[in-house]
Design a protein around this ligand. Structure first.
Ligand code: FAD
Ligand code: NAP
Length: 533
């Protein structure tokens, strides 16, 4: 390939909220950008996860773009935590408002990307045979987009309907009069179970590990509240960028063990009322000290026991295998109450494991559950799965999957040694899923855009993370994680949900604001830790 053969300045893979903003921003910089998306439309997560009950767990007024004030003033969210369809409508609106669709090829999956060192450019190959070349490659492929359908014996024999929450069909799925089994009790299972239970004749919940879940406290947003938010949006965004998690929520200034019982209860009551996963952040020491964590755990256990009428079922629903907050706390709407219904049965797979799926249902060690439908709420090959499913080859033909065989290795989450001119959006080594991912995507794309402009200004063809910088960043990420209780959980953050995946804590847990300062310093220093050539 010669420089003349390079088709585009940049190729963006993925038309979720990261890819849409990447195309918008790079185009504004005057670059020629082309996007590829395997789905039929834009939206990414919100295109694919159409299961009943799907909503965001970060408040919609925060879980939305900040890059254009007119956009955030014009758009009005109807609820505190919007439904999947409302979020998808928002992303479709963004795509239309900024005329982004024309830059994407839809229904095309990128199968390989190969770097040509002489030309300092990437060749991108797809499943339709379309091939193109670009100077820069932007991986906006999503950290929760590669679905995990566990290889349970007999899985493909089942003759009833079967769906994965992360690949939910576009047609209406009716549960009425049906015997439905849901496998999995992470966020997707816990959001869908109460809705399915409303109309299914019978619902069997197959739970391997119970999860902590806190009621969302969802509500319609009033006109007065929206007006107040819109009048102060800039300040709300500033606070979010200064926070640990990308939203204007800050833990109590004292630790859980520094206050007396009454004060502790008052704070937990307050955060319980706020609702959802934020409960993990009520006190700053909750996910660093087991003793502090125990106070939060006991509070939530008591709440579960209050809600669930049958004490034996409550016992099964209370997690015992991880400190609270070290797996993402689920944000639910009526989850525990669902187990008081006559048409719902909880099967504790720790006591009676699944042995096989038959043509008519699920057989555990003690019973065959005859079913009309199985819903797999079994999650994702998170953080790295969407990248490892592409054959990515860097300098000298090295493969990303080999370089990452012991876990993902990035420099500041954005770049990989041996893979010049490739940028990853909100992936491993960045706050990613530990923070509001819309602001995370904006933070990354803005950084990438500035970096590409810098290369242009300095007449440089390529940028590559140095091996030592990667070593140091990986060590920093590990040190930050080791100072917390997070590595104690068998979570997807740790890769523990996928057999054979290395056990490494993948996101950067040093906080959203701190991380922003670190990547800005790298840019301000003239890209220290990178070789620009
Ligand atoms: P995605 O939205 O995953 O988009 C990636 C796109 O890339 C997909 O459309 C995919 O089809 C495409 N793609 C991947 N590989 C290829 C390929 N090889 N070729 C072509 N196309 C490809 N985060 C929050 O901060 N708050 C929330 O409330 C929240 N709720 C969530 C709810 C659910 C159900 C899930 C699954 C995740 C949630 N997340 C949430 C995380 C969420 O994934 C991110 O917030 C965000 O949507 C990610 O956007 P993205 O564009 O980076 O990736
Ligand atoms: P998940 O958290 O990984 O949950 C998957 C569930 O499937 C777990 O309960 C798991 O059990 C179970 N499972 C997996 N393989 C199994 C097997 N072979 N047999 C029985 N059970 C099995 O996935 P998720 O619920 O899709 O959520 C992933 C992440 O997406 C969330 O943590 C969150 O960040 C995001 N999300 C957010 C929302 C929201 O509220 N906005 C909604 C959905 C998803 P084990 O725990 O024992 O492995």
């Amino acid at each position: 390939m010669t420089t003349r053969d390079i088709d585009h300045d940049a190729v963006v893979i993925g038309a979720g909220l990261s890819g849409l903003y990447a195309v918008y921003r790079l185009r504004a910089d005057g670059l020629d950008v082309r996007g590829f998306e395997s789905a039929e439309g834009v939206g990414g997560t919100w295109y694919h996860n159409r299961y009943p009950g799907a909503r965001c767990d970060v408040e919609s007024i925060d879980y939305s773009y900040s890059f254009d004030d007119d956009l955030q003033q014009e758009w009005t969210w109807s609820e505190r935590f919007a439904t999947q369809s409302e979020i998808l409508a928002y992303l479709e609106h963004v795509a239309d408002r900024f005329d982004l669709r024309k830059h994407f090829d839809f229904l095309i999956r990128v199968t390989s990307t190969v770097y040509d060192e002489d030309a300092a450019a990437w060749t991108i190959t797809t499943d339709t045979g379309v091939t193109t070349t670009a100077r820069f490659l932007i991986m906006a492929t999503g950290v929760l987009s590669a679905t995990n359908r566990p290889d349970i014996p007999g899985r493909d024999r089942f003759e009833g309907e079967s769906y994965h929450t992360g690949e939910w069909p576009h047609h209406e799925v009716s549960f009425a009069g049906k015997r439905v089994g849901v496998i999995g009790t992470g966020s997707s299972g816990i959001q869908s179970i109460p809705v399915i239970a409303e109309t299914a004749e019978q619902l069997v919940v197959f739970q391997r590990s119970p999860n902590y879940s806190i009621p969302a406290g969802n509500r319609p947003l009033t006109e007065e509240y929206i007006a107040e938010v819109k009048a102060n949006y800039a300040e709300r965004r500033r606070l979010s960028r200064e926070s640990g998690g990308g939203t204007p929520n800050f833990p109590y200034p004292k630790g859980a063990l520094e206050v007396d019982e009454a004060e502790r209860k008052r704070i937990y009551d307050e955060w319980w009322q706020r609702g959802g996963y934020l409960f993990a952040k009520a006190f700053p020491d909750q996910t660093t000290s087991l003793e502090a964590n125990d106070t939060a755990r006991e509070y939530v256990e008591a709440k579960i026991r209050e809600i669930v009428k049958d004490p034996a079922v409550a016992d099964d629903l209370i997690p015992t295998d991880h400190p609270i907050g070290t797996k993402r706390i689920v944000t639910d709407s009526g989850y525990f109450e669902t187990f008081n219904r006559d048409n719902v049965k909880l099967v504790n797979l720790r006591k009676t494991p699944i042995e096989e799926i038959t043509d008519t249902g699920v057989r555990t060690s003690d019973h065959l559950y005859e079913l009309d439908m199985i819903v797999y709420a079994t999650g994702f090959d998170a953080m790295t799965g969407s990248l490892s499913r592409i054959d990515i080859r860097g300098r000298g033909g090295r493969k990303l999957v080999d370089e990452w065989s012991a876990g993902p290795r990035t420099y500041i989450g954005l770049a990989v040694h041996g893979f010049p001119n490739m940028f990853i959006v909100t992936g491993a080594g960045s706050p990613s899923v530990l923070a509001n991912m819309v602001l995370g995507a904006e933070q990354h794309v803005d950084w990438i855009s500035d970096c590409i402009s810098y290369l242009g200004e300095h007449d440089a063809k390529s940028i590559e993370a140095d091996a030592e910088a990667v070593d140091e960043w990986v060590a920093e990420c590990n040190a930050k994680a080791s100072a917390t209780l997070f590595p104690q959980a068998n979570s997807w953050y740790m890769g523990a949900n996928i057999e054979g995946k290395p056990r490494v804590f993948m996101p950067y847990i040093g906080g959203f604001a701190n991380y922003g300062r670190i990547i800005d310093e790298v840019a301000d220093s003239g890209y220290k830790g990178f070789t620009v050539s």
